[in-house]
Design a protein around this ligand. Structure first.
Ligand SMILES: [Fe+2]
Length: 384
């Protein structure tokens, strides 16, 4: 007797039945995100490992809209400051598409955006084939609504703590004043504006890395302003490690800086060498795209809704990263700690419940999802 073949679930549909429809669905997000205007002067800041078809796709779309494109390539995307030689090109551009690490934080880039320059960061669009993924075709307006629904949960007009906990014993607080809340939530990404159509905007494409639950936007990107925070994080994993940690590793903070790392495993020793003295930059990066894969943390995630990563800038470049991730998009002075099951409160309001982003069940989000399909499938059938 051979055992029967069990088939209780539908067979996957043949690709030719779905791929064209899905591709055009993704293209709509693509063209609306790269919201070029006639007369835009577009500058692509690239690196040699970027799929040339991405450059071609962006350039073709720009030409269709009456925008002109220039490209400048550095030897890698790990550019930590805008080189002086590139500044004249940036002065002329109205729209920048960039793979470079420094895009978000370099004061020069921030100043250009304050003058109206629009930016799209393409860390998550390094390969044209990504247009074929579920996260690429997930409606960007719905990602925006999920983001806004999360923003609405932040207490208004009062001081509060953003409080991170989990079953491993994480207990970490970041203090917010009403002014910090207003500064941070007024950025285009927290307002759920997903297309680069607004002067001064900064958006990610693919739309998966959401805005951070806390970052220096709360102090208008003045890194000299200290933020009141402290506690311990017990990450499950970190970018640059093949699989989640088996040991409970505890990363202690005094203010924004890592003071101690507890643990005896090889991974804990490596993290201790890298992290002590490092500074919290991104606490925490949160996913907002329900179709972003939960267990893909490379290059800088996970970006599944409610999955968190904490970006730490290191006191010195880490040999471990230089050896393990020689072609990483980020320089070896940055580590992303990952927590897939955290609970996060803003004051009394629950933002994330054991890794589940609570806004996914907000009535406004469910109502908008119903326009595009079955809300439960769209919002809660995640990608592992
Ligand atoms: Fe991040």
């Amino acid at each position: 007797m051979t055992s029967p073949t069990y088939q209780g679930l539908p067979l996957p549909l043949a690709p030719h039945i779905t791929e064209t429809r899905e591709f055009f669905q993704a293209l709509d997000n693509f063209t609306r995100t790269f919201a070029f205007r006639a007369g835009d002067r577009v500058l692509l800041l690239t690196d040699p490992l970027l799929d040339a078809r991405v450059v071609e796709a962006v350039s073709g779309h720009a030409r269709a809209r009456g925008a002109v494109v220039r490209q400048y390539m550095e030897p890698s995307s790990r550019v930590e400051r805008i080189p002086d030689s590139v500044k004249p090109l940036l002065e002329e551009a109205t729209f920048v598409v960039s793979t470079w690490f420094c895009s978000i934080i370099d004061p020069y880039c921030i100043a250009r955006r304050r003058q109206g320059q629009r930016w799209v960061k393409i860390t998550y669009f390094r390969n044209l084939d990504l247009l074929r993924t579920p996260q690429a075709r997930f409606p960007i307006d719905l990602v925006g609504e999920i983001t806004r629904a999360t923003a609405r949960r932040y207490p208004q007009g009062v001081d509060f703590d953003l409080h991170f906990t989990d079953a491993r014993g994480s207990d970490f607080r970041i203090h917010f004043t009403p002014q910090m809340r207003e500064n941070m939530l007024s950025t285009n990404r927290w307002r759920g504006r997903m297309g680069a159509d607004e002067d001064g905007c900064y958006v990610h494409y693919l739309a998966s890395h959401g805005p951070n639950l806390w970052d220096h936007n709360a102090v208008r990107n003045d890194l000299s302003v200290p933020t009141q925070m402290s506690g311990v994080l017990c990450p499950q994993w970190a970018v640059g490690f093949a699989r989640p940690f088996e040991e409970r590793i505890a990363v202690h903070f005094e203010g924004e800086y890592v003071s101690r790392v507890d643990g005896v495993s090889k991974e804990a020793v490596t993290l201790r060498e890298m992290l002590v003295g490092g500074r919290m930059i991104e606490g925490g990066g949160c996913g907002f795209n329900p179709k972003a894969p939960r267990h893909t943390i490379y290059p800088a995630g996970s970006n599944a809704p409610g999955a968190l990563h904490f970006g730490i800038d290191l006191a010195r470049p880490a040999d471990y990263i230089r050896k393990t991730l020689p072609d990483w998009e980020e320089p070896p002075v940055h580590v992303d700690l990952v927590m897939l099951d955290a609970t996060v409160r803003a004051g009394d309001a629950l933002l994330i419940d054991q890794g589940f982003l609570c806004a996914l069940r907000d009535p406004e989000v469910v109502a908008l999802a119903a326009v595009y399909g079955d809300p439960v499938e769209l919002l809660e059938a995640g990608v592992d």
